[in-house]
Design a protein around this ligand. Sequence first.
Ligand SMILES: [Ca+2]
Ligand SMILES: [Ca+2]
Length: 267
Amino acid sequence: MKYFTILLLVCCFFIAGCDEEPEEQAVSGVSLNFTANYDGETFVTFKDYTYPDGRKINFNNFGFFVSDIALVSDDVTPTNTDLVEVDFIDLSYDESQITLAETGKTVTINDIPVGNYSGIKIGFGVKADLNRSKPTDYGNGHPLSRHYWDGWTSYIFSMIEGYADMDEDGTIVTGGMDTESFTHHSGTNEVYHEVIVDKEIDLTDTGNQLSIKINVRDLFRNNSPDRDLNGDGYLDIESFRGTHSNNDQLDIAKTIMTNFGRAVTVE
Ligand SMILES: [Ca+2]
Ligand SMILES: [Ca+2]
C-alpha cells in the first residue's frame, strides 16, 4: 500500500508537471537584407550618378549604424520583438563587386516568434546608452569596435563620402589642391533617428526575409533655406561639402539622419 501511495504521488507529480509545461511558441528565423541604391539604380562606389541639380556625383564610402531593430506588433498591448541591438552596415562596394552590391549585407536572427507583425522599427545611428561606450570596450569584430570620433565623444552614425563636379566644368577632380570631395559624417545623440516602417509582416515558420533598401540620393534632401539656396529640395553640395563638427553644421548631420527615414523602404 505504501508503495502504491508513492507510485500514485509520483504519477500525480508527473501529470501535474506535464500540465504546467508552457505551450511551445513556434519560432522562425528572420533575415534582414540591406542594400543601397541611387534613385533605384544599384549603388556602387566610384561610379558617376547625377545629383538632383544635374551635376555629376560619385561616392567612395557609404556606411551607417543601426540600433534597436525590432518587429512591431499593434496588438492590444503593443510589443516590440527585438531583432538587432546594434550593427554597422557598410555598403561600399565598387563596380567590380557588383554582385556583392546587389546582394548587400544580410543579418539573420533566429528564434523569432511566428505570427503577424505590423511593422519594423529601425534606429539609425547608435542608441544613447551604447553611444556612451567606446571602441576600447569591445573586442575586434564587434560593430562598436570602430567608427568612433573622440572629438564628438560619439560613434560616427553615418558616413557618406565622395566627389562631385563642384565647379560644374563636366569633370570631377579627385585629388590634390582642387579636389572636389565631400565628407558628410553624422554623430552625437542629438542626431539619432528612429523610424517605424508600417508593413504587414506575416512571419511564417519557413524562414522570412525583409529587404531594407536605402536610396542614397534621398539622404541629401534638405529644405532649409540656408542649405538649399537653389530651392530644389536638396543640400547644395557645392557649398556644404562637409559635416564634421557638432556645432554649426549639426543641422546638416541631423537632416541626413532624419532622411534615413525617408530613404528607406522595406519589402
Ligand atoms: Ca569639376
Ligand atoms: Ca539645392
